[in-house]
Design a protein around this ligand. Structure first.
Ligand SMILES: [Zn+2]
Ligand SMILES: [Zn+2]
Ligand SMILES: [Zn+2]
Length: 208
């Protein structure tokens, strides 16, 4: 009769699988190629790292190597201390400082280099993309660039054969470690054209 507060007698319906593609509520992200549950798809779960170009290193003789990214060009670079020249530069540093007060840190760095460990400075290197997983290829059509945001390639059973790219805390992702396939080159050209259009500050015209 009166407005009742007891309106919560409707049982919570389980979230139905959107289709019969994945029976266990698991979906496949067409951007980062991770599998995910539709009910735990928070913003920030979908992460794609930059992919760097190992063949285009800049060396300015400062004991460091600078790699541009394929996906974002010179806008995103990663710096590596070069093992060959670093021990020499450490000695030079010590000689220059002449105090030996700050050598403890340098020595451990030098030791790591001598052991062949490549020291990449990636602490401040953010991802290329961070957002929500998606299963709708049309929604991210503009993002496919043939380098790190790649289209699904499925096997005969319909499973995606792409590898989910992830950046470790020690090394960036290089394109040499990514398996590319047919169609990636076309996406690259397309993405390049798109970038040039933006640079020319022209009005973005969607290709028909
Ligand atoms: Zn990028
Ligand atoms: Zn994703
Ligand atoms: Zn995939």
């Amino acid at each position: 009769m009166s407005t009742s507060s007891a309106s919560a007698d409707k049982p919570a319906a389980p979230i139905a699988a959107s289709s019969g593609v994945e029976a266990q509520g698991k979906q496949h992200c067409v951007r980062c190629h991770a599998n995910f549950s539709t009910d735990s798809n928070a913003s920030g779960n979908c992460v794609v790292p930059h992919v760097f170009d190992a063949s285009q290193a800049f060396d300015f003789g400062d004991g460091q190597r600078y790699f541009p990214s394929h996906c974002c060009g010179d806008d995103e670079i990663v710096v590596q201390d070069t093992p060959s020249s670093s021990s020499r530069s450490t000695e030079m540093l010590q000689a220059e400082e002449g105090k030996g007060t700050k050598t403890g840190e340098d020595v451990s760095d030098a030791k790591a280099r001598e052991e062949g460990e490549a020291l990449f400075k990636i602490a401040n290197l953010g991802p290329c993309f961070r957002g929500r997983h998606t299963t709708v290829e049309d929604d991210i059509e503009m993002q496919y660039n043939g380098w790190n945001i790649l289209r699904c390639v499925t096997d005969e059973e319909g499973r995606c054969m792409r590898v989910h790219l992830a950046q470790s805390d020690k090394e960036p992702v290089f394109s040499t470690g990514v398996i590319y396939t047919t169609g990636d080159a076309e996406d690259r050209e397309w993405a390049d054209e798109d970038a040039e259009k933006e640079k020319g500050s022209e009005v973005l015209v969607k290709a028909a």
